[in-house]
Design a protein around this ligand. Structure first.
Ligand code: ZN
Ligand code: ZN
Length: 319
């Protein structure tokens, strides 16, 4: 009898143990749900992976990637793009060389797209702003729930940027790969507030950034050979493609990155030891132009018209 009671207790303990294993709050349970229902987000600040319902994740992306003051139809276009981006990534089985194993994506825009949690949004907007903005962004996500962008029946890579400066760019001219739906289109209502920007550097700063010369000083570099910059090639839309600096050729995208310039729609002047770059727009210029989407929304276009304008030949369908 005693032995039986002992066995009973052991069995009970096992059952409780198994019960705990199957508790829906345990993260592993989520893994067996259909792909795309949940998103596993690696948070850089904590080093932890958060598991979020897809639509809640999309709210956090739209809030992080586009100002909440933008018109609702622009926010809806961004929501559909954000949803398409993550679903394409999940359904493709993730990215190769995933920097964050066990996660579908992280919150760093350089690794995919930005994401902010509700706590972070409260900090960003303040409590009053949070209620105004969060509900507006959530409305944009809800009103487009399940909608994605496809081309030939496949989810597209819905790239976007802040401002094209008047005309978007062909993907092939920026990333060397032509994509049929990422073609240059006019952007008549681009309303980026600071569309033209100038940034000034010393000759030594430019040399150091491009040639990675250690210990170059302004005095020695300008005494040596100064700086000669010429435009070797431009894209069909007039952006710089290839720039020659002191006889060495650089892709304009690399010059932009190394000097932290806003775009490759750029010109420059050299005056003594100062080099001044003037850029138009902000970002790579490919795909959806966010400030162009804002302008289109303000002129009465809805999110479908906005997306179909910037992504050539696509369909907006329910996932
Ligand atoms: Zn990351
Ligand atoms: Zn634009």
């Amino acid at each position: 009898m005693r032995i039986l009671t002992g066995l009973g207790l052991l069995l009970a303990a096992l059952v409780i143990g198994v019960g705990l294993e199957l508790n829906p709050r345990v993260k592993e349970r989520v893994e067996i749900r259909p792909a795309g229902e949940y998103v596993r987000v690696y948070r850089h600040a904590t080093g932890e992976v958060e598991v979020l319902p897809l639509e809640e994740y999309v709210v956090g992306v739209v809030a992080a990637e586009m100002p909440a003051l933008f018109p609702l139809e622009a926010l809806k276009a961004q929501a559909v793009a954000a949803r398409t981006y993550i679903l394409r990534r999940i359904l493709a089985g993730g990215v190769s060389n995933n920097p964050h194993p066990g996660a579908d994506i992280c919150d760093d825009p350089r690794h995919g797209q930005a994401y902010l949690s509700r706590v972070e949004l409260k900090r960003k907007w303040g409590v009053l702003g949070y209620y105004r903005h969060y509900f507006k962004v959530r409305q944009a996500v809800r009103e487009t729930a399940g909608f994605v962008i496809t081309y030939n029946g496949q989810l597209i890579d819905p790239v976007y940027h802040a401002s094209c400066g008047g005309r978007t760019e062909n993907a092939g001219d920026v990333w060397q790969v032509d994509v049929p739906y990422l073609k240059s289109v006019p952007c008549p209502y681009d309303c980026y507030p600071k569309v033209v920007e100038t940034r000034s550097f010393s000759v030594a700063e430019v040399q150091k950034a491009l040639f990675l010369v250690q210990g170059v000083t302004a005095a020695t570099s300008s005494a040596n050979k100064g700086l000669r910059i010429t435009l070797a090639d431009k894209t069909a839309t007039g952006r710089a493609r290839e720039i020659v600096v002191n006889g060495r050729s650089f892709p304009a995208t690399l010059v932009r990155e190394r000097l932290n310039l806003k775009s490759t729609r750029l010109t420059w002047t050299i005056n003594g030891d100062r080099v001044t770059f003037t850029t138009v727009g902000h970002g790579h210029g490919v795909g959806l132009c966010q400030y162009g989407a804002k302008g289109m929304a303000e002129h009465g276009y809805d999110f479908r018209q906005i997306l179909k304008h910037y992504f050539t030949g696509v369909k907006i369908v329910r996932y």
